[in-house]
Design a protein around this ligand. Sequence first.
Ligand SMILES: Nc1nc2c(ncn2[C@@H]2O[C@H](COP(=O)(O)OP(=O)(O)OP(=O)(O)O)[C@@H](O)[C@H]2O)c(=O)[nH]1
Ligand SMILES: [Mg+2]
Length: 358
Amino acid sequence: MNVAAIFMFIDEARIYVKAGDGGNGCLAFRREKFVPHGGPSGGNGGRGGDVIFVASIHYNTLLHFRFNPEHKGERGRHGEGSNRTGHDGASTEVPVPVGTVVFDDSTGELVHDFATAGDRFTIARGGRGGRGNACFATSTHQAPTEHEPGHPGEERRLRLELKLLADVGLVGFPNAGKSTLIARISAARPKIADYPFTTLQPNLGVVQAGDGRSYVVADIPGLIEGAHLGHGLGIHFLRHVERTRLLVHLVDMSETAGRDPVEDFEVIMRELASFSPAMAAKPMLLVAAKMDVAQDAERVEALAQLAAARGLEFFRLSSVTGLGVEALKYRMGEICLTPREAEPDAAPTSTPEAPAAD
Ligand SMILES: Nc1nc2c(ncn2[C@@H]2O[C@H](COP(=O)(O)OP(=O)(O)OP(=O)(O)O)[C@@H](O)[C@H]2O)c(=O)[nH]1
Ligand SMILES: [Mg+2]
């Protein structure tokens, strides 16, 4: 599969990093009772902290850099008298999603490609501490007054690039409300209209999970019966969601659609299966869409029962009133932001409270 040709959506961030400056060297002499000629005793400055990028499986996009475009290492402390060296500044670790490629923004030069989880790279080096005057003492130069200022930490402007892979795929009949949902939960602004086949090309949207992390949702064209035979827009664009963690299946509940939700569900499942058995077996959330205009409670109930029978989580949604949007968004995030190579100790530290699903 030619991944590059499929996922052309590139996330980008421009950021500034500055490693900590080194602390200044100190100018001091020992002054003690009964020691007439105390020697030089100015300590060296501490080293400035580095800025280190670490490839993390807890991040799927570069969105967190948009809110936080500057990262700095701590400065080293100055040296002190009595030959005390200043403390080194703390380094700053910045998580980047696996797959992030970092370029120097002024030269365009490739700095590092974070290909594997846990990959660490020092992006900006902290400055060395300046030497205190004690360092300059020699047998012929016993009372040196030389001492150095700390060396500045490296600073750079960087451009980060990440090819986005969709974490969630929205599937369903044309007009089911897929584009409306992605517009509601992300900054994507796809065309929305009250007729089938409005979406001709997939749209990707970055959704904020609320804890600074985010995931990617793909809105793809609608499927119809016989799509695998080329009806409608066909099923070839399902390849855009082939590598997602999760499918969110929207079923139109509006009366005007005049459709049978259970039948709609089965049709889409058959089309997914004809694309590939793996596609039909993907984890799926079943969504009763357009609940604000669903008048027949029985039809909703029939779909809810189908979901229960198939062991699928069921959501009642209205992208117009906002009903169920947060609950769905939260659940999608919970599934997508669980690292694929989930190990107990790889769990993220912040897990927000789950809102009650309605
Ligand atoms: N009342 C109501 N209308 C909705 C809701 N969601 C979407 N719609 C309307 O349904 C129509 C189709 O919405 P789209 O988001 O374009 O549907 P789609 O699934 O992307 O359709 P295709 O791109 O053709 O596959 C539009 O007129 C929307 O305004 C909803 O929750 N409630
Ligand atoms: Mg659409």
